[in-house]
Design a protein around this ligand. Sequence first.
Ligand code: FAD
Length: 273
Amino acid sequence: MKFSLELFPPKVTDGIEKIYDCLAGMSEVNPDFISVTYSAGEAKAGLTLEVCDYLQREYKIPAVAHLTCAGQSVQTIDTALATMQKTGVTSVLALRGDLTEEKKLTDFRYATDLMQKIKGLGGFTLYGACYPEGHVESKSFDDDIEVMKIKNDLGVQEFLSQLFLDNADFLNMRDKAVRRGVTAVLAAGIMPVTQAKRIVRMVQLSGAKIPENVAKMLAKYEGDDDSLCKAGLDYAVEQIRELGKEGLQSAHLYTMNDIATAKYIRSGISDLL
Ligand code: FAD
């Protein structure tokens, strides 16, 4: 099984130095790759690429740069892609991005438009997003599977999934995607329930649900942050181990830049890697 990590870059005002300790710690986890999130706007985009470049040069860890359409024009996308070509950061998670007042869609409407552009340039390895419980804006789950097939046919080599807490959702998506002819690797996006407030916010944003066993865990450890954190980490390890029995090819950990979380999960699944 492949094992990868997701990080977010430091704030523009902080500079890359702020994240050096985090990158050093994450390098000890020895992941297959590290993906770095992206927030539209040139300065922040620069930091995503700077972190990716640093990971590859300093630690020889393959980096995947997230890149979004929202809030971007053809020019800003061209600039980002040219920087990637120059620095050798050529793996891209091509996304639409979440839409806000400041981040609207202009030249690219869907992630697939961005993928088309990147494919046309050649020399990049494409990653795409997928949604075990469906994307919040999709009319139907079948539409989502169709979008996966389009991304697959545009050359996506690996899908990184949205977080989910019930393995049945991921397996259902995988089975449907495979039946539809999706051949890319499907990585399970795992976010450990280490903080009650954070997981509630994340499921609200992503449209994921909290299954009964997780709701019980949250209730049991209410007010006891340390015990919830331990139980949440163990739940995430168990999620990956169970998916491993179902033939999971790749697990992608949402680390929230927490080294201890990444190390704990890595040690809990080391025999599968
Ligand atoms: P799309 O694939 O474009 O899908 C968006 C909607 O349009 C869906 O409902 C889909 O069904 C529909 N659709 C897609 N293509 C077509 C088509 N060709 N025709 C008709 N309908 C279509 N956001 C950030 O801002 N920065 C990040 O770094 C970031 N990292 C992420 C990492 C992962 C692993 C995931 C799962 C999400 C991440 N996101 C990030 C959030 C993501 O940008 C949002 O979920 C966004 O709303 C959708 O992005 P997408 O690439 O899946 O969009």
